[in-house]
Design a protein around this ligand. Structure first.
Ligand code: LER
Ligand code: MN
Length: 264
């Protein structure tokens, strides 16, 4: 298993400097913002060539959700995701991380009643995934469907929820991304959920229980990594977290060291 990272405010802004910094810090892959990739494709290609640091995946960088309430926004989002997948193909990236939606609606806060039925939710997500399945196939990429916790989205919260879309529609280019932070809220047991969905989990996001850097909270990373190992997971573990402490960069390096030790 390799360790990658998303962008952080304390990384260099310049793309080449960013890649160089991450390579030297010991990261093995970079999960890039989709818009940054599309808007700066040549620069990203040069940075990869110069440093050897791969772009593993994209996350974000489009403006409509695959399960968007608004049909125009949903279709716009799909068109933007298509562009991101085409750019990923050019840099050898594996695919894009997509939740059903993020911050659009939650049953757990007022007004608590969704403007759309559950059937409507499923129809929108299914149509999007069937479309993205064809684009992923064409571009040799993967759609990593991401369950989010109940406060960020109401449609896909558990790995089993994500799995149901893949199974029902026999999707071959849609897999599951398991995010430890969301799983800590939604799953009975992180290791068990990883094990039950071992055939579909192809990407992982890491943060501790409170979403700060790994090692600063209470998650048992060693146990969950052992489960992934036992199940033959060979994908990336990508840090997606907030960072606290006086020196965020030093804290981040400490987290990377902690994760390597937990991996054994
Ligand atoms: C959002 O909380 C999240 O986990 C990101 O990966 C967005 O897809
Ligand atoms: Mn995530």
């Amino acid at each position: 298993m390799k360790i990658g990272t998303q962008d952080q405010a304390f990384f260099p802004r310049d793309i080449k400097e960013k890649f160089l910094f991450l390579k030297e810090a010991g990261f093995e892959g970079f999960e890039i913002d989709g818009k940054l990739l599309v808007d700066h494709l040549d620069e990203v290609k040069e940075a990869i060539a110069k440093t050897g640091l791969p772009v593993t995946t994209a996350c974000g960088g489009y403006t409509g959700w695959i399960g968007d309430f608004n049909e125009e926004r949903r279709l716009n989002g799909l068109a933007e995701i298509k562009k991101i997948l085409e750019a990923l193909q050019e840099v050898g990236g594996k695919g894009i991380v997509v939740p059903a939606a993020w911050g659009m609606f939650t049953h757990r806060l007022p007004p608590m009643v969704s403007p759309r039925s559950q059937e409507g939710d499923r129809k929108a997500i299914t149509e999007s995934l069937l479309y993205l399945e064809t684009i992923a196939k064409e571009t040799g990429t993967t759609i990593f469907l991401e369950p989010l916790n109940r406060y960020q989205d109401h449609m896909i919260n558990t790995l089993a929820d994500a799995r149901s879309f893949i199974d029902e529609n026999q999707l071959r280019y849609v897999k599951i991304i398991a995010d430890f932070y969301h799983m800590n809220i939604e799953e009975d047991d992180i290791s068990e959920a990883l094990h039950m969905n071992q055939d579909l989990v192809r990407h992982v996001h890491l943060a501790d229980n409170h979403r700060f850097q790994p090692g600063s909270g209470s998650l048992d990373f060693k146990r969950h990594f052992n489960q992934l190992k036992e199940d033959g997971y060979d994908g990336f573990l990508t840090i997606e977290c907030r960072v606290r402490g006086n020196d965020p960069q030093a804290e981040y390096m400490k987290a990377l060291h902690y994760l390597r030790q937990s991996l054994g």
